[in-house]
Design a protein around this ligand. Structure first.
Ligand code: UTP
Length: 293
């Protein structure tokens, strides 16, 4: 009998080399989009999907993440003393009371597959979600992971969030070839990590949203180093396909690739324009700026 999804794994132990030196002392998932770090958007998306156990796979510079999700007694006291009740509520509500946070250390950045494997002792024998916080998905509050959990409840199979990318960009993604789409999902036939455009079986790219059955752990354990010398989650999923159905799901919403500088800047601009406090002043500024170029 399949269970519902109660646990989400957040791999945050990557080196974040594309954002050095900003990521020398903090993980890239702590970089802010407008006024919240990327990891908080990801946790909010998991909470909206009914998930109550957040498992962070941290690396060096893990403190910023643990501190962000910990109670900040001193700061709360000071805000209270200064009567800054709205801001106080903002920081008290970062993690709702029914949610627990668990931190696991990935001692070496051996790849995304290895990071996910580090969660095995906590996930156990249950299906679980994986969210890569640097893929920020904005969808007017519906929640990409909530859409995927709903699909899981119908299909009871592993699900990968996918979107079409420019064919020249396949070398930056896991790429899938699928059977026919029924509504928004289709069975995956082939998955390949970072194929060159001329070798890619399609332009359907896997983005940072996964629901995986626990069978993935034995597959990761057997997976050797792949592209970039890392233990790739994609390679383990390719092996899982030998035994189980894995679905591709074309989610609703806009994805921002905040692991790249351009995607990060675009996300900041577009989310600022959606922010009720900022949109008026910021759009006036952008219009004036556009006239100069
Ligand atoms: P990326 O492929 O974006 O790598 O990782 P990165 O190291 O974070 O960034 P760049 O490419 O050097 O700039 C995808 C996700 O997997 C996590 C990252 O934190 C990110 O969320 N990850 C990657 C780990 O947790 N551990 C790893 O060993 C590798």
């Amino acid at each position: 009998m399949s269970k519902i999804i109660t646990k989400a794994v957040f791999p945050v132990a990557g080196l974040g080399t594309r954002f050095l030196p900003a990521t020398k002392g903090i993980p890239k998932e702590m970089l802010p989009i407008v006024d919240k770090p990327l990891i908080q958007y990801a946790v909010e998306e998991a909470v909206a999907a009914g998930i109550d156990t957040m498992i962070f796979i941290t690396g060096r510079s893990k403190n910023a993440i643990t501190d962000h999700f910990d109670k900040a007694y001193e700061l709360e006291k000071e805000l209270e003393a200064k009567n800054k009740t709205e801001i106080l509520k903002l920081i008290q509500d970062i993690v709702p009371p029914h949610v627990s946070c668990i931190f696991i250390r990935q001692s070496e950045a051996l790849g995304l597959g290895h990071a996910v494997y580090c969660a095995r002792p906590v996930v156990g024998d249950e299906p679980f979600a994986v969210i890569l916080a640097d893929d920020l998905i904005e969808d007017a509050g519906r929640g990409c992971m909530a859409q995927m959990v709903k699909l899981y409840e119908q299909k009871h199979a592993s699900i990968l969030g996918v979107e079409r990318v420019d064919p020249s960009e396949t070398g930056s993604y896991g790429i899938v070839k699928t059977g026919d789409f029924l509504e928004k999902s289709a069975p995956i036939e082939i998955i390949i990590e970072k194929p060159k455009p001329e070798e890619a079986p399609s332009n359907l790219a896997v983005v940072g949203r996964y629901i995986l059955t626990p069978a993935i752990f034995d597959k990761i354990k057997k997976t050797g180093r792949g592209a970039g010398g890392e233990i790739q989650l994609t390679d383990a999923i390719a092996d899982l396909l030998n035994d189980e159905t894995v679905l591709a799901y074309e989610f609703e919403g806009t994805r921002y690739d905040c692991g790249s500088k351009l995607g990060f800047l675009i996300a900041n601009v577009e989310l600022a324009l959606l922010n009720s406090e900022l949109k008026e002043g910021f759009s006036a500024y952008l219009k004036a700026l556009a006239k100069k170029f």
